[in-house]
Ligand binder design. Structure first.
Ligand code: AMP
Length: 373
């Protein structure tokens, strides 16, 4: 039996615990937002997140092993915890993944293609970068951005100043706007023994920067695309010495894949694996960090995960559909908030599209589900 401390107390922490309980693991959560939604005890709340806080001491003492559900954590706190108890994935993975500049540098070092980019720290540098790269461009804060927050699309060079005013005053990355044919992600688990298992690629559809649908295995993936995606994540996970789940988001273009960003943790585009794979990303993360054998990452059937965003819609009607697996996160409704997801499986992609649209019909704003290819 292992006591696992999770830094963060949102839905990812919740789903990790739900996967770990059958493996006789116990969980405690450490929340730095003052707004934990995990719905499970014990949660220690410590919004200041400084080493001398008693809540942190209690959390460390209760944990045999610490992991995390999100990477935007203060490094001094992580380094402090690391001196007392093992943190997996290692802090180096967070250090790189919480800073887009470091992440891009690693992609470049490993010859993993990414959109052309510049890092800028002033309005003047942004203006120069825009002139050099040409428009359209996407500017993003190098740290703390997620779900499209902290992003500004520069459609013409005149907008460089506007972009700096909107999200600047801090380092930005400005990168070529990619006309991708679709967004893909690949998720891998690595154990401390070096064993790596990779999930099939997922096809992801975003709306207003927020993931709406993930379909796995991504339909009609060229063998070469699959090979490249798996090679890139294998190189990343090994070069980081990562232990646990690592996610890589990619753009598929006619000229091959481009890496967008990575996350050193379980990921929304892997929620399909709860029903859709032999062993889910959550269970494999826990197995990897606890020194247990990794489980089979293969998909059992075509699966789609559809996020419930902002409004739970007619959840009872969804429950009545025999193919809908509902996962709710115990959160209050709020525009743009991820409240849960539904996993749907089918024997063919045609049937999957039909089933998912039947679910989406009960979720306001879910839109129409279509596969890209
Ligand atoms: P990110 O926070 O980098 O994952 O960006 C959120 C979403 O914005 C992505 O999933 C894409 O849909 C879109 N996006 C980000 N970067 C680019 C880019 N360089 N070109 C086109 N779309 C992008």
């Amino acid at each position: 039996m292992k006591n696992i401390g999770i830094l963060g107390a949102g839905q990812l922490a919740r789903m990790l615990a739900l996967a770990g309980l059958p493996l006789e693991m116990r969980f405690g959560f450490y929340d730095t937002t003052g707004n934990p939604s995990v719905g499970l005890d014990p949660v220690l709340i410590d919004v200041d997140a400084i080493p001398s806080n008693p809540a942190l001491q209690t959390f460390i003492e209760a944990s045999d092993l610490v992991t995390y559900e999100f990477e935007h954590l203060p490094l001094p706190v992580l380094k402090y915890i690391e001196e007392k108890v093992t943190i997996y994935p290692p802090v180096r993975s967070i250090e790189i993944c919480q800073d887009r500049a470091k992440e891009k540098a690693l992609f470049t070092e490993l010859a993993i293609p990414t959109p052309a980019y510049r890092i800028v720290e002033s309005e003047a540098a942004l203006v120069t970068a825009v002139a050099e790269l040409g428009t359209p461009l996407v500017s993003k804060t190098t740290t703390d951005g997620y779900d499209g927050k902290g992003q500004f699309i520069i459609k013409n060079p005149d907008q460089a100043k506007e972009a700096w005013q909107a999200i600047g005053g801090r380092p930005l990355i400005v990168e070529a706007f990619v006309n991708f044919s679709r967004e893909l992600s690949v998720i891998a688990a690595r154990a401390s023994t070096g064993e790596v298992k990779i999930y099939p690629l997922a096809e992801n559809e975003h709306h207003e920067g927020i993931l709406r649908y993930s379909t796995a295995p991504a339909p009609h993936i060229a063998e070469e695309t699959e090979r490249q995606a798996k090679l890139y994540i294998q190189e990343l996970i090994e070069s980081l010495g990562h232990v646990g789940i690592l996610t890589l988001e990619l753009f598929e273009t006619p000229n091959g894949l481009l890496a967008n960003e990575m996350a050193p943790r379980v990921h929304n585009s892997g929620h399909w694996s709860i029903e859709g794979a032999h062993v889910s990303q959550f269970e494999n993360h826990l197995r990897a960090i606890s020194g247990l054998p990794l489980g089979d990452t293969q998909a059992t059937r075509p699966t789609c995960m559809l996020n419930i965003i902002g409004n739970k819609g007619d959840i009872n009607a969804i429950m009545a559909l025999p193919y809908a697996h509902i996962h709710l996160y115990d959160k209050e409704e709020r525009p743009g908030r991820k409240l849960g997801h539904v996993n749907v499986q089918a024997d063919s992609y045609e049937e999957l599209v039909w089933r998912v649209n039947n679910v989406a019909a009960y979720l306001p704003g879910a839109g129409n589900y279509q596969l890209k290819s």
